[in-house]
Design a protein around this ligand. Structure first.
Ligand SMILES: [Zn+2]
Length: 432
C-alpha cells in the first residue's frame, strides 16, 4: 500500500511541473554567496527550469546589515528578498556591511577622550583613550557599574552599543602598594572612591594582613580590604609561608615566626616560690625544678636570679602583642613580641629574668644575672633564645634576659654548635 502511494505522488509531481511550464525542459543553477562570506543565511538557491520564477532572500547574522544583491558587478536588487525569472545559470552575491554602533563615553571626575577616526562597527577593533585633566588620574572604565578595564586606552571589538564611563579621581586619591612575600594584589575602585584590595596568595603561602605604613597599624587580617580613599594610602600587603604546626608539649618544639603551637596550654604548671619569682610566675614542673637548681648554683656564686615573666597563655599573649602593636606599630612590635601561638612563653618553659635596673634592655647583659646566665644557664638546660645580631634568623632582636629550657643534653649540644636555638631545634625536627 505504501509502495503504491509513493508511486502515485511521484507521478503527480512530474505532471504538475509539465502542466505549469509547458515546452521548457532545460535545468539551470542559481548559486548564492555572501560578501563577506558566512555572515548570512542565504535561501532560495538550487536547480530550476528556464522560465521559473525564483525568489532568493538573505538573512544577515547579528551585527551585519544587508546592502544589495549583485550579479557580477551589476546591482540587481536593493532588497534582501529578490524575485526574478530565470533565463540562464545565475550567480548572485548578497553584500553586507558591518553594523554601525553607538559608543559613548562619559567622564566621572575631570577628563576627556580621544576617539578613533573610524566609527565603531561590528567586529572591527576599536579603541577609546581616556585622558585625565591636570591634577587627576585615570582609574578605570566602567559600564553598568562594573569595571570593564583598568587601562586608559580601552580597546575592544564592538558587538553592540556601548555606554562607557571613565573614572578620573584626584591625584591624591591613590594607594601606594607594597607587597611582601608570595602573593599579589588586585586593586579596584568605584566612582565614589571606594577601593577594594584583594590579596591572592601563591601556592604554599597565606595572607598575613594589611598594614597601613603611615600609622604602622595592621588594619585588616582579611584578604579583601575595602575603604573610601580620599588621600594617598600607603599600604603593605603581607604574605607568609603557611605556618607549620608544632607540638607545644615537646621540649624541643620549633617555636618561631614560621610555626604555630596553636592554643596549646601545658597541663603541669606550678607557681614559682617567691624567692625565685617575686611576682610568683608559673612554669612547667620540671622547668621549676631546673630553675631551683640553677638559682642555688647562682647564689653560691653570689648572684640572685629572679624570674620576672614566665608562662603566658594564648589569650594573654594575644592581648600583649596587640597592645604593643598599637603602641609601637605592628612591624616594630613583631621584632620583640610574638604573636599568640608563636611565643616560647606559651610553652611554659621560657622565662624572662629581671628585677634589675636594666630589665628588658640590652644592658641586662651587663648585670650580674645577665653575665652569670650567659656563662652557666646551658649547664641547667636553659638556652638564650634570641642572641645578639641574629634577628635575621630568629626574627627577634637581642633579648639577653629571655631563656628557654630544653633539657641539659640538648642545651649542651646547642652550646657546642654555636647555632641559634631555633636552628638547632629545626635540625632536630628535620632529623626526626
Ligand atoms: Zn621572654
Amino acid at each position: 500500500m505504501i509502495f503504491l502511494w509513493k508511486n502515485w505522488l511521484l507521478l503527480f509531481g512530474v505532471m504538475s511541473v509539465v502542466m505549469i511550464l509547458p515546452g521548457c525542459n532545460a535545468n539551470v543553477d542559481v548559486n548564492l554567496n555572501s560578501a563577506p562570506a558566512q555572515v548570512a543565511e542565504l535561501i532560495g538557491g538550487g536547480e530550476f527550469l528556464i522560465g521559473d520564477e525564483v525568489t532568493v532572500s538573505a538573512l544577515p547574522q547579528p551585527g551585519w546589515e544587508f546592502v544589495n544583491w549583485t550579479s557580477g558587478k551589476k546591482v540587481v536588487a536593493e532588497t534582501s528578498e529578490y524575485t526574478f525569472v530565470i533565463g540562464k545559470k545565475t550567480t548572485l552575491t548578497a553584500n553586507f556591511q558591518a553594523q554601525e554602533y553607538a559608543v559613548s563615553a562619559l567622564a566621572q571626575g575631570q577628563g576627556s577622550f580621544l576617539y578613533p577616526e573610524n566609527s565603531p562597527r561590528h567586529g572591527v577593533a576599536y579603541a577609546i583613550t581616556a585622558r585625565p585633566e591636570r591634577g587627576y588620574r585615570f582609574v578605570c572604565w566602567l559600564e553598568d557599574g562594573e569595571v570593564v578595564s583598568n587601562v586608559a586606552e580601552y580597546a575592544f571589538i564592538p558587538a553592540g552599543d556601548r555606554e562607557l564611563t571613565a573614572m578620573f579621581l584626584p591625584e591624591e586619591y591613590r594607594v601606594e602598594l607594597t607587597v611582601d612575600g608570595g602573593g599579589q594584589v588586585v586593586e579596584s575602585w568605584t566612582p565614589d572612591a571606594l577601593v577594594t584590595l584583594a590579596a591572592i596568595p601563591q601556592a604554599g603561602y597565606e595572607f598575613f594582613g594589611w598594614v597601613d605604613l603611615v600609622s604602622q597599624q595592621e588594619v585588616s587580617g582579611k584578604e579583601e580590604y575595602s575603604f573610601v580613599c580620599q588621600e594617598t594610602r600607603n599600604m603593605l600587603a603581607r604574605f607568609r609561608k603557611e605556618l607549620v604546626p608544632a607540638d607545644g608539649s615537646s621540649l624541643s618544639a620549633v617555636v618561631g615566626k614560621a610555626t604555630s603551637i596553636g592554643k596549646y596550654a601545658p597541663q603541669d604548671l606550678v607557681t614559682l616560690p617567691r624567692n625565685l619569682s617575686a611576682k610568683q610566675r608559673r612554669v612547667r614542673t620540671h622547668v621549676a625544678d631546673a630553675l631551683e637548681l640553677m638559682a642555688q648554683a647562682a647564689l653560691a656564686d653570689g648572684v640572685k636570679l629572679n624570674v620576672d615573666s614566665a608562662y603566658r597563655s594564648y589569650n594573654t599573649q594575644y592581648d600583649l602583642f596587640h597592645r604593643y602593636a598599637k603602641r609601637d606599630g605592628v612591624l616594630t612590635a613583631e621584632t620583640y613580641s610574638a604573636r599568640p601561638g608563636q611565643s616560647e612563653h606559651q610553652l611554659g618553659t621560657a622565662v624572662d629574668f629581671g628585677g634589675t635596673n636594666s630589665d628588658y634592655d640590652d644592658a641586662f647583659a651587663e648585670t650580674n644575672q645577665g653575665k652569670w646566665l650567659l656563662a652557666n644557664a646551658y649547664k641547667y638546660g636553659f638556652c638564650l633564645s634570641y642572641p645578639k645580631g641574629a634577628q635575621d634568623i630568629t626574627g627577634y632582636k637581642y633579648e639577653p634576659w629571655h631563656y628557654r629550657f630544653i633539657g641539659v643534653d640538648l642545651a649542651l649540644e646547642w652550646k657546642e654548635s654555636g647555632l641559634t636555638l631555633i636552628e638547632i631545634l629545626h635540625q632536630k625536627d628535620q632529623a626526626d
